[in-house]
Ligand binder design. Sequence first.
Ligand code: CO
Length: 298
Amino acid sequence: MAESEVDLESEQYEKHREAGRILSQVREETAERVEVGASHLEVAEYAEDRIRELGGKPAFPVNISIDEEAAHATPSIDDDSTFGEEMINLDIGVHVDGWLADTAITVDLSGNPELAEAPEEALEAAIDVIEPGVETGEIGAEIEDVIDGYGFNPVVNLTGHGLGHWEQHTSPNIPNRAVSQGTTLEVGDVVAIEPFATDGGGKVTEGSSEEIFSLEREGNVRNRQARAALDQITEEFRTLPFATRWLETDRPKMALRRLKRSDIVHGYPVLKEDDGCLVSQKEHTLIVTESGCEVTTE
Ligand code: CO
């Protein structure tokens, strides 16, 4: 007998499942709204409002990544951009009382169906090998194999991750390539697996724009707007990422600048491949079970 029994029917896992059910529905409904001419801001707000209507909360701002962008892009407060004939990744998260689900889908309006397909097939192959004791390096090898087979590169400096209570990125990392020093998955682990494929070099770098932030540490600020923002952050988002446009104080950008300068919050710069490249993505959250795994965002 195992020395520690994990109860997969406990409230914590039921909340992970509830977050996953809400998220699956929102992902599909949101993807349908992505079309040439549709507004980024309206699509992001649609998803975030639907999550709340269905009884969850957004676990992080809806990421809308275009073409060479891979992660951490979300519309600004006054964003007026619209979709074109592009490769579009939607990465969406839901939490129920801090228990998370995380999923992503690529909507291809650029006419590159194979690139959009590669991470989907890679994710299926990864899910197929998941069971207690599987090494994360083996999961990465499956992902790399499939994406290589399509003639594309996996993005190797982005990884899947564990999901903790009020924490969107915890150990273990799930690599998108074969690695030798990994860790093993155990019954009860909740992880997000997210293969990225690209026709670029397979390594993203930080861009200059930053619309997503999270709390770094407790602290005090004197400025009134910064203090109001900090109160909202600690009460509502806690340690989860949030967007500038979610802040209710007037002058949110100034408030954030002050909180950043005091190292109370940190930003997530947009991560991207080189100009002219395309990136696609697919992600599911799953719970490791005795016999394999249960995908909560199917
Ligand atoms: Co994720």
